[in-house]
Write a protein that binds this ligand. Structure first.
Ligand code: GMT
Length: 371
């Protein structure tokens, strides 16, 4: 198949998932064309069967806002015509599903029919999408996609509750490539002293991730267990959180490593993963931690309980309940046998979301879309 994938190229989970899916499809022998405004961070464009098409938005002084959707639709049309794409799979509804609908209409005028598959990822529904400024257009573009998938049962329920949806939504959970998580890393001594445990948080450090809770939970934990905190990623909450850590007197124990391409290695040297988010449709980073055999302390919002099983692969608590999260973390880190069992459970749970299990579901969907 010739498959067009539209996604955000940044560190966010939807872009990561789209990129990993594209790599899997390419390895399965399909031609995969990524269409986005810069090279996706986890994409190696020199791989066989992978192509990258950059969307250019011309700057013009009249525009206060550059018309990205327009440029994206045009690019989708051009790439479809030139490379004879069989289908377009767009990740994150805004504005990708809308732009895809326009591309489909333009192609229709040229007597070319192409199915559009939209995968809903999270805030495109729960935060941004439901905003009255976007709601009508998001509803329209979901209902006018040929197939719609969501990354968790919880996100499907939210979509049906928040929008007037006439289309079927198929849940295809996010996946992880387990082969990338191959055991404990030697380089943990670069960060932690002998006997110190490593707690990790990975995100784009936005308010929805409740970064202040990450710091507060860690503050409580380090009083009881000798630990350090690795903060991976970059975003608007970074400076505030650094200030919070400084005020709590723990800045020397919190290491901000920024954006990195070594996520797997960092997770493989971690002992515990924190994800206290306000909203989380799935929590791909939590799944990646589990793939490395790392238990997760998270909130119980959205799709997180589908991934992190309370009392088995980690613990969940209500959003904002930092006391419970800290208590669970201390309990786990102080109990060697329990900790070992949770590490094993985490890995087993990640297995349920392996690339080998989930990847073929997308291929089956594509086959259905083409018949
Ligand atoms: O929706 C977002 O905030 C952005 C998106 C992203 O690009 O990171 O994250 C969402 O999609 C991920 C991949 O499917 C999920 O693992 C995240 O849980 C989800 N984020 C939220 O729901 C906040």
């Amino acid at each position: 198949m010739n498959i067009g994938i539209v996604c955000y190229p940044t560190f966010g989970g939807s872009g990561v998932l789209a990129t990993e899916l594209g790599k899997y499809l390419a390895q399965s022998g399909h031609q995969v064309h990524f269409i986005t405004y810069s090279q996706p961070v986890r994409l190696d464009i020199l791989e066989t069967n992978i192509y990258y098409h950059e969307v250019n938005v011309e700057d013009y002084p009249l525009f206060q806002y550059q018309p990205y959707e327009l440029a994206l639709s045009s690019k989708m049309v051009n790439v479809t015509l030139k490379y004879k794409l069989d289908l377009l799979h767009v990740h994150y509804a805004i504005p990708h599903a809308y732009a895809a609908y326009m591309a489909k209409q333009i192609l229709c005028q040229k007597n070319i029919s192409i199915p559009i598959i939209t995968t809903l990822h999270g805030t495109d529904i729960t935060l941004v999408g439901k905003n009255p400024s976007y709601k009508e257009a998001v509803t329209f573009s979901i209902n006018n996609s040929d197939y719609v998938t969501s990354v968790s049962d919880s996100l499907k329920e939210d979509t049906l509750e928040l929008f007037d949806i006439t289309k079927d939504i198929e849940v295809i959970h996010n996946f992880v490539d387990l082969s990338l998580y191959t055991g404990k890393e030697e380089c943990r001594k670069n960060f932690a002293e002998e006997g110190q445990r490593i707690i990790t948080h990975i995100s784009n450090l936005r308010p929805v991730k409740r970064i202040e809770d990450v710091i507060q939970v860690f503050y409580e934990v380090q009083k009881e267990v000798d630990t350090i905190l690795l903060m991976i990623g970059d975003g608007p909450e970074k400076e505030k959180s650094r200030q919070q850590a400084a005020e709590l007197g723990i800045l020397d124990r919190v290491k901000y490593l920024g954006k990195t391409s070594e996520i797997e290695r960092i997770l493989c040297m971690s002992d515990l993963f924190l994800l206290p988010s306000e909203k989380e449709s799935f929590g791909l980073s939590a799944l990646e931690a589990m793939a490395a055999g790392v238990p997760v302390i998270s909130s119980n919002t959205g799709g997180l309980p589908e991934v992190n099983i309370d009392g088995q692969t980690g613990y969940t608590a209500d959003v904002g309940d930092v006391t419970s999260m800290a208590r669970s973390a201390i309990h786990l880190l102080n109990n060697e046998e329990l900790f070992a069992e949770f590490c094993k459970n985490a890995k087993l749970q990640a297995n349920r979301f392996s690339l080998e299990r989930i990847g073929p579901k997308y291929l089956k969907l594509y086959e259905r879309a083409l018949t």
